[in-house]
Design a protein around this ligand. Sequence first.
Ligand SMILES: Cc1cc2nc3c(=O)[nH]c(=O)nc-3n(C[C@H](O)[C@H](O)[C@H](O)COP(=O)(O)O)c2cc1C
Length: 321
Amino acid sequence: MKTRMDIGNLRLEGNLMLAPMSSVTNLPFRLLCRRYGASLVYSEMVFSEAVLQQSEKSMARVFTCEEEKPLGVQLLGSDAGSLVNSARIITESCMPQVIDVNLGCPAKSVINTGCGAELLKKPDDIGEIIEQLSGSLDIPLTAKMRVLGDAGKTLEVAHIIERAGADALIVHGRTQKQKYSGKSNLDIIKRIKRELFIPVIANGDIADERTAKHVLEYTQCDGLMIGRAAIGNPYIFRRIAHYLREGELLQPQTLHERLEDFFEYVELCRRYGILTFRDLSAKAMWFTKGLENIKPVRIRLNGAKDEGSILGVMNGLRGLN
Ligand SMILES: Cc1cc2nc3c(=O)[nH]c(=O)nc-3n(C[C@H](O)[C@H](O)[C@H](O)COP(=O)(O)O)c2cc1C
């Protein structure tokens, strides 16, 4: 079983990646995941047209710092020329180590523009996009795809991506229609891995150490990408990496440790000027998820109307240590 991998000429320290997640994988969160051992972290998706217009909101999504590198920036678009030009702006402005193309977003607003998972229906366009991007970039290129209902068509797209010059392929084993329901199809991921020469990274439903080991062993993939299980729990990267290397489970984080991560997140948001009530409220819920006897606290967090109340509740928890 593999515990490290390379993407093109990029040497990674391990093979566990943080998935791109809109409204989740901002710089402070990516930093926490890196500190806990994520080998590569991906930004939220940014729309190529918005990058071309230098939209402040989009550029804030890819704001970075040296400590978090290696960073992958994910682009969303359907026009090869726009993607190439936006990738150029991104590589010049935030110097990521990887550019990724989104071939999986199932959101209606994205599908309606012909991007994300909708592109999977146009394999020739995908080939054109990957070929132009890989030809113009000096850094590795990855593509993150969902699977199609038809295994043959899924394999065809995977081969096109490889032939067009991508350095690695990330596969989320769900179809566009499934969105986030049902199970991630490991069999098709396994087939893709068997047929491709470039590294293949499995994504979908990796919830803990045991599922991580199972997915790696079953699919024989080169690496794993973790999304929802890391939300509010960046420590998962250390746990999984330790289990894959040593075969033993680490103790769960204590309440104190989990709270320290939350307050570190808040501190980083303040440092980068991105602390908002909405985000703080969501993160407080995430960082308290699954803790023992936490229900009354979460009810109070849910009812909190301002930043001060949330921090008050979380500070009160600190006092319980
Ligand atoms: C809140 C949220 C936002 C997401 N945003 C993106 C995104 O911007 N780009 C992308 O390729 N996938 C996005 N995804 C999908 C994840 O990257 C990942 O493929 C999916 O959640 C399956 O992995 P998991 O089971 O480990 O969560 C998002 C998922 C969630 C839950």
